[in-house]
Design a protein around this ligand. Structure first.
Ligand SMILES: Nc1nc2c(c(=O)[nH]1)N[C@H]1C(S)=C(S)[C@@H](COP(=O)(O)OP(=O)(O)OC[C@H]3O[C@@H](n4cnc5c(=O)[nH]c(N)nc54)[C@H](O)[C@@H]3O)O[C@H]1N2
Ligand SMILES: Nc1nc2c(c(=O)[nH]1)N[C@H]1C(S)=C(S)[C@@H](COP(=O)(O)OP(=O)(O)OC[C@H]3O[C@@H](n4cnc5c(=O)[nH]c(N)nc54)[C@H](O)[C@@H]3O)O[C@H]1N2
Ligand code: SF4
Ligand SMILES: [Mo]
Length: 756
């Protein structure tokens, strides 16, 4: 726990004094305002002073800078760090409510061992509390036994690839890293990498004059860093056009809202390209200099010539004149931009999403908005040395097979970005394809909220051993044999290189503002302890002694940004401010012969469609399943991890099936009545909510609810899990579809609805 530097504290007192908070009124007034003073009539209490610490919010990936106020080792409140230029010192409801997390009564507090060999939904694991030594020895012993008997490939890691997780996986020789990206962001990562060169995250919104959002919806989710800049664009008078089958907060910010048939934005985008090229409205200088358009001009013009607005109108349900007008406005109201983020339609939602992502890149390139004023910017990252750089390992063993259980190795472009896929896991475990899985290490993922969880439960039941590292008794934890309780982000040390704030290189500290509660230990420590027991040589320094996560952190920060952890903790943030220079990155890339691939040369080389030709979504409404399913997430929850937080549940207690009143009437459904929503994969029981701002052919369910783990005392039994409606898939299906990204097609689902 490292307090703010004296200088920074003085600065804080100055800022708050000017806001009339502390300087003028004294601490008592602040405490009063914060309701920390005993109620009138109570005996006045003398409080020790509040201590304050900088750290980063850990609820979502933005990792806004925060300041946490602590008294007697207990978090009293937290707020945004005003020095954080990107969040502007603001935090969202999820961030504020995060202060509750360490004290959640249902938190995992001690290592646990399962005593009931039976596993499944609603099966009581009959946990018993055990010591860390017993937990780690048992986990390591079991993993070692499985490795010896079946080979390291039979152990899978279901986790984000942190340095410590990757050290253990590679040292064991397992090729199996399963991540969630095919449910979240994989289309963006793969398509942007092989057309632009990198995944871009940020927008120069304040300078944009025209912002066209194909489902881009981050302000509706309360993502502070993106919302602030977007709001500035709005204040400065940018025209906002929102294309979305659902009215969201973004629609209320829009000058124009266009309703569209879900999964058909590709047709809209292709027609825009058609108009812009046909009417020669594109930015010739930019396109010739920074893209490969000129080399393929004939092919490109020929490819797009039949994708007229009239053609797109019949697919999208949007009048041809509207599409034509939007195309012209977009090309002539510069700077203009089409922002994209994660699970908007170019995200892995539909069978054609990867092509939509490409089409949107083409549109942004045609108007010159990539790496340009008012456009889409390259992130200025910071290079912090990895664990392998700081403590080089002995050479890693070659895994017995290069084939992995999720099928990534069969998708060459996905394989290059090294992210895994989740949606093939259940099928491949059940069919032992390409081999049998015997053990899983699940870290910080609640995979039983993901598509087709019932099948995954059956698959996980086949495994001999599961170790789970979590903070709450989530559904995935219920399948474990050994549970290791991790620290929350408010109890551990680390750093955040904030990609969403990538205007200039910046690092934000993550520090333990309180001591870990109960007997929780940080995940980095846990992976080191497992490593020491399983593959000790890989967890040692050159002098033969074991390294610790703290030693890594210290060395990494010193080498990366020249600060000690203590220095960074005192400052909160380290930045290297620099002015954005338009086109600088594209210029240097063009010099190196790397231009934006409007014509996807790389896609072609690997046998994929080089230009995003029209491809329909996978599922269309039928007599049996007449409605399109749309999925979104509430502004005050972050997936399933906050739907057990009583403060946030007060604001948004359960999810509902949003349906148009006329559609509801057709199916005889009343407002707030319980209904079944059913797809070919499964069905969920949920309350219907009638709302005129949704298309009549759609139904929308927010993700994050439907907890069945009885351990989650607040979240249990609220709402339903959208995942029960979404199919998982096989690698062959992905290959047959011609999709290089492995997208899960999260919303490519049709459903029916009927009274429960
Ligand atoms: N509050 C909150 N914020 C979050 C998260 C969270 O859980 N909660 N999660 C974070 C993460 S990990 C992610 S991946 C992102 C996800 O956030 P987003 O990328 O914004 O994805 P969704 O929330 O699924 O919203 C998708 C939007 O697309 C619209 N849409 C659906 N289908 C179509 C279509 O075919 N065409 C068009 N034009 N629009 C369509 C939906 O109506 C919805 O408005 O949010 C991040 N931010
Ligand atoms: N059905 C369906 N599935 C989806 C989505 C959807 O829209 N619908 N969206 C997908 C998307 S976009 C995403 S990003 C993913 C998100 O999926 P996850 O990243 O799994 O997010 P959560 O559902 O919030 O679950 C997080 C898990 O990590 C645990 N946890 C939280 N903090 C910590 C910590 O500090 N340490 C440890 N060890 N554990 C911690 C929580 O208790 C919980 O078990 O879900 C994907 N899956
Ligand atoms: S947007 Fe909210 S949840 Fe995400 S990091 Fe910032 S404060 Fe935390
Ligand atoms: Mo996500």
């Amino acid at each position: 726990m490292i307090k703010m530097a004296a200088e920074t504290r003085r600065e804080f007192l100055r800022t708050t004094a000017s806001a009339g908070v502390i300087g003028l009124l004294g601490e008592k007034a602040v405490l009063n305002a914060l309701k920390l003073i005993p109620p009138a009539g109570g005996k006045p209490e003398v409080f020790p002073p509040l201590e304050s610490y900088y750290t980063s919010c850990g609820v979502c990936h933005s990792q806004c800078g925060i300041r946490v106020y602590v008294r007697n080792g207990i978090i009293k409140f937290l707020e945004g760090n005003p020095g954080d230029l990107h969040s502007g010192g603001k935090i969202c409801a999820k961030g504020i409510a995060g202060g509750y997390l360490p004290y959640a009564p249902d938190r995992l507090k001690y290592p646990l061992k399962r005593t009931n060999p039976e596993k499944g939904i609603d099966v009581d694991p009959k946990w018993v509390t055990i010591s860390w030594d017993e937990a780690l020895d048992t986990a390591a012993g079991k993993l070692n036994e499985i490795k010896e008997k079946y080979g390291p490939q039979s152990i899978i890691f279901i986790s984000q690839p942190t340095s410590f997780v990757e050290r253990l996986r590679k040292a064991l020789g397992s090729p199996n890293r399963i991540t969630h990206h095919d449910t979240c962001i994989i289309t963006h990562v793969v398509v942007e990498k092989f057309t632009i060169g990198a995944k871009l995250w940020i927008y120069d919104f304040p300078n944009s004059k025209y912002i066209l959002c194909f489902g881009w919806d981050q302000p509706s989710k309360g993502k502070v860093v993106l919302t602030r800049r977007f709001s500035e664009a709005k204040r400065r008078g940018a025209k906002i056009v929102v294309v979305n089958p659902l009215v969201t907060l973004m629609s209320s910010q829009a000058d124009e809202w266009i309703s569209i048939v879900p999964g058909t934005d590709l047709a809209f985008a292709l027609a825009m390209i058609n108009v812009i090229l046909d009417e020669n409205l594109y930015d010739k200088d930019y396109v010739e200099k920074y893209t490969n358009f000129k080399d393929y001009e004939d092919e490109i013009r020929n490819w797009v010539k039949d994708y007229t607005p009239e053609w797109a109108s019949s697919i999208t349900g949007v009048p041809a004149e509207t599409i034509r007008r939007i195309a012209r406005e977009f090309a002539t109201s510069k700077p203009s931009v089409i922002p994209i983020h994660k699970r908007d339609p170019p995200g892995p939602n539909y069978a054609n999403s990867w092509k939509l992502c490409h089409a949107i890149i083409i549109l942004n390139a045609l108007v010159g908005s990539i790496d340009n004023v008012g456009g889409w910017l390259f992130t200025k990252g910071v290079k912090i040395p990895s664990l392998d750089k700081v403590f080089p390992p002995p050479s890693y063993p070659e895994p017995p097979t290069s084939e992995d259980i999720c099928g990534r190795s069969k998708l060459p472009l996905l394989n290059k970005v090294k992210l895994g896929i989740f949606s093939t896991l259940a099928n491949n475990i059940l069919s032992k394809n390409p081999y049998e899985v015997k053990a899983a290490i699940i870290y910080k993922y609640n995979i039983l909220s993901f598509p087709n969880p019932k099948k995954l439960v059956e698959a996980l039941k086949k495994l001999d051993f599961i170790v789970s590292i979590d903070i709450l008794p989530s559904e995935a934890v219920q399948m474990a044999d050994i549970v290791l309780p991790d620290c929350t982000y408010l109890e551990r040390a680390g750093y955040s290189v904030r990609i969403f704030n990538g205007w200039y290189p910046q690092v934000s500290v993550i520090q333990p503002v309180i001591k870990p509660m109960f007997d929780c230990r940080s995940a980095d420590w846990i992976f080191c302890e497992l490593g020491r027991r399983l593959v000790p040589d890989y967890f040692k320094k050159q002098d033969g002694t074991f390294f610790t996560p703290t030693e890594y952190l210290e060395a990494a920060l010193r080498n990366g940004i020249g600060l000690s952890f203590e220095d960074l903790a005192q400052r909160g943030l380290w930045s290297k401010p620099g002015k954005f220079e338009p086109l600088m990155t594209l210029e240097s890339r063009a010099k190196a012969g790397k231009r934006i691939q409007i014509y996807g040369e790389t896609f072609k080389k690997y046998g994929y469609d080089p230009l995003p030709s029209w491809q329909p979504r996978k599922e269309k409404p039928t007599a049996e399943y007449p409605l399109y399913l749309i999925i979104t997430r509430p502004p005050v929850h972050r997936h399933t991890k906050t739907t057990d937080n009583p403060h946030l549940l007060e604001l948004y207690p359960e999810n509902v099936a949003v349906i148009h009143p006329e559609t509801a009437e057709k199916f005889g459904i009343r407002d707030l009545e319980e209904v079944w929503v059913e797809s070919r994969t499964g069905r969920i029981k949920i309350k219907a909510k009638l709302f005129e701002g949704i298309r009549k052919d759609c139904i929308c369910v927010s993700h994050g609810f439907g907890h069945w783990s009885k351990g989650l005392i607040y979240g249990y039994g609220r709402g339903a899990n959208d995942g029960d409606l979404i199919p998982d898939q096989t690698v062959d299906e992905i290959i047959t579809r011609g999709d290089p990204t492995g997208a899960c097609c999260m919303s490519d689902v049709c459903v029916k609805v009927y009274k429960a």
